[in-house]
Design a protein. Structure first.
Length: 84
């Protein structure tokens, strides 16, 4: 099974960087490069805010509405949000 980002759920195989980066510049394989860079999350906020943000980004990127809705709906099960 391929790894996916623990914040947005994107498969890391689809990430051009192959994962986020830690503060020391090493690779972080728990999150994608869009969510996690230089040891911090690029988006700080609540799950509903993040979900809204991702939904809009996906629509702008040409993702069909029902797919964008489906992806963002599953986010609450991801490691970053599970205990929120
Ligand atoms: Zn991500």
């Amino acid at each position: 099974m391929s790894k996916m980002c623990g914040s947005c759920g994107m498969p890391l195989s689809k990430d051009p960087q192959g994962g986020g980066t830690n503060a020391d510049g090493s690779k972080n394989e728990n999150y994608c490069s869009y969510c996690y860079a230089d040891g911090k999350f690029t988006f700080e906020g609540t799950l509903p805010e993040f979900r809204d943000f991702c939904y809009k980004v996906m629509l702008e990127g040409g993702t069909p509405k029902f797919l964008a809705w489906l992806y963002t709906r599953g986010m609450k099960r991801l490691p970053r949000w599970k205990n929120a």
